[in-house]
Design a protein around this ligand. Structure first.
Ligand code: HEC
Ligand code: HEC
Ligand code: HEC
Ligand code: HEC
Ligand code: HEC
Ligand code: HEC
Length: 314
């Protein structure tokens, strides 16, 4: 049995969501988890269109990640070769849906080409600063940007705050909560009759023992992850598995997570941010394990020499 409730979508929320979407489209502001796409910048400038801004939130209200990853798009920004020909003629990539049947056809350029050039490609990690709502954070022109600076200065999203979706302490959408409360009910497959099978859901909770005493242990729940994602995303991803499917087989460190590996392949990008420490570190060391929890053993720690992104530059 799946622990996540499957109540129907509540109508007032739908109305609020539609209103927010309308406001959002008119503001064209970037939201946490949106992806800036500019691999084909030169051709786009020739055609006099801006960069593409792909809004994850707009799609994940309707679709679980499984619909797109990795049947349509591999899980790495910039790794999908997208052209207008494969969208409009071959009906691949965005054109799987944006062909006038499932969603509007790719005719109005600026609906997708909505991002003023100059921003770095990839996910918008921390939305918008409350004082300068028109400027998303990851401006390549801003050289002294660090993660700590961003956390310390309290960046906030604006577009979704009035949506009626539950929010986390940063004002970002709490998608796990939205699913638990039955506020959104995204579909698993483009064919709404196909749902995930028991073979595609799992209930075990892996407890990662955090080294040292100052942080509680980490819980990784298969339940919420296999609600959104297919097993293959983590255990047989197209560009190499993120995690081997064996307890303790992955030598995970916080430093590598802060560099964008392991859990941060999604968290800090589309899932909730890494700065929300206690959402992962939520198992006090002296608390007995609950049913279904599997505790990992310590693994020998590698010596880290690579430069990192400043998260721990206190
Ligand atoms: C409607 C399709 C769609 C859905 C649904 C979707 N994504 Fe994506 N995702 C994309 C596209 C498009 C990209 C960008 C690909 C590119 O740049 O080549 C992307 C990129 C990503 C990346 C790469 C970020 C990086 O920095 O490399 C991650 C991680 C990701 N998505 C996670 C998710 C998660 C988690 C979900 C579900 C909560 C999800 N996506 C749902 C279409 C989708
Ligand atoms: C799995 C189906 C699917 C895929 C794949 C998909 N979309 Fe969408 N998209 C939708 C649906 C459905 C809507 C909502 C349409 C509506 O409101 O009429 C939407 C809405 C949008 C919006 C919201 C803004 C607006 O004006 O409505 C943007 C922007 C967008 N898509 C861009 C993209 C881009 C860029 C890609 C490819 C990188 C893409 N989509 C891939 C289904 C999809
Ligand atoms: C459904 C969303 C969507 C719409 C609508 C759309 N595009 Fe695109 N377009 C994309 C995506 C995604 C890319 C790939 C961006 C990248 O990877 O750099 C792209 C790339 C391009 C490129 C560079 C690649 C190539 O095919 O030469 C040009 C030029 C372009 N678009 C022009 C247009 C024009 C002109 C229109 C309006 C007639 C338009 N686009 C409408 C999503 C869209
Ligand atoms: C978001 C990533 C993710 C997804 C999706 C995922 N897993 Fe895992 N899985 C993990 C992690 C992390 C571990 C722990 C690995 C470790 O201890 O080093 C794990 C461990 C396992 C294990 C060993 C522990 C156990 O539960 O018995 C199995 C078997 C497994 N996964 C199967 C699956 C199956 C089947 C699915 C789909 C229903 C799935 N996983 C989906 C990340 C994922
Ligand atoms: C392939 C993408 C992916 C990977 C890898 C991943 N997650 Fe997640 N995780 C998600 C998504 C999507 C959600 C749903 C909530 C959201 O989007 O913020 C989620 C939710 C969670 C939640 C639930 C929060 C709550 O409020 O219930 C926890 C805790 C969590 N992840 C921890 C981890 C840990 C620990 C790891 C690494 C061992 C990990 N995740 C790896 C995508 C991922
Ligand atoms: C997405 C989940 C996630 C979030 C959010 C997260 N951590 Fe971790 N953290 C982990 C995992 C998984 C490990 C366990 C690595 C292992 O097996 O030793 C870990 C381990 C640690 C350790 C032990 C040292 C090490 O490298 O293993 C420390 C210290 C730590 N985290 C601090 C933090 C702090 C501080 C934050 C907030 C800024 C944070 N973590 C946020 C998942 C997370």
């Amino acid at each position: 049995m799946h622990a996540i409730s499957r109540k129907r979508l509540k109508l007032p929320y739908v109305a609020l969501l539609l209103l927010t979407m309308f406001l959002w489209v008119n503001q064209a502001a970037a939201e946490y988890g949106d992806i800036v796409m500019n691999a084909k910048a030169e051709a786009m400038r020739e055609a006099e269109v801006d960069d593409v801004l792909f809004p994850h939130w707009f799609h994940r209200i309707r679709y679980r990640c499984n619909v797109c990853h990795e049947k349509i798009f591999t899980l790495k920004a910039g790794s999908n070769d997208i052209t207008m020909a494969n969208i409009s003629i071959e009906h691949k990539m965005c054109g799987v849906c944006h062909d006038g049947s499932i969603a509007w056809e790719a005719l109005e350029c600026e609906r997708c080409h909505s991002q003023e050039p100059g921003w770095s490609a990839g996910p918008i990690q921390h939305s918008i600063h409350s004082e300068t709502p028109e400027k998303p954070l990851i401006d390549t022109r801003q050289k002294r940007y660090t993660k700590l600076y961003e956390i310390a200065s309290g960046w906030h999203p604006l577009a979704l705050t009035g949506s009626g979706l539950p929010l986390d302490k940063y004002g970002l959408v709490d998608w796990a909560g939205a699913v638990r409360e039955g506020i959104v009910e995204p579909i698993w497959n483009l064919d709404p009759k196909i749902n995930e099978t028991p073979a595609l859901s799992r209930d075990s909770v892996i407890v990662f023992e955090s080294k040292g005493d100052f942080m509680p242990d980490v819980t990784f729940s298969h339940d919420i992850h296999s609600y959104w994602l297919q097993c293959d995303i983590c255990h047989a991803s197209k560009n190499g598995a993120i995690f081997k499917d064996e307890v303790g087989a992955n030598s995970v460190t916080m430093l590598e997570i802060a560099q964008g590996k392991w859990c941060a392949r999604c968290h800090d990008k589309v899932g909730f941010p890494i700065s929300d420490c206690s959402r992962c570190h939520n198992q006090p060391k002296d608390e007995p394990l609950k049913k279904g929890m599997i505790k990992r053993k310590y693994l020998p720690q590698k010596i880290e020499t690579e430069p990192h992104n400043g998260l721990f530059d206190f």
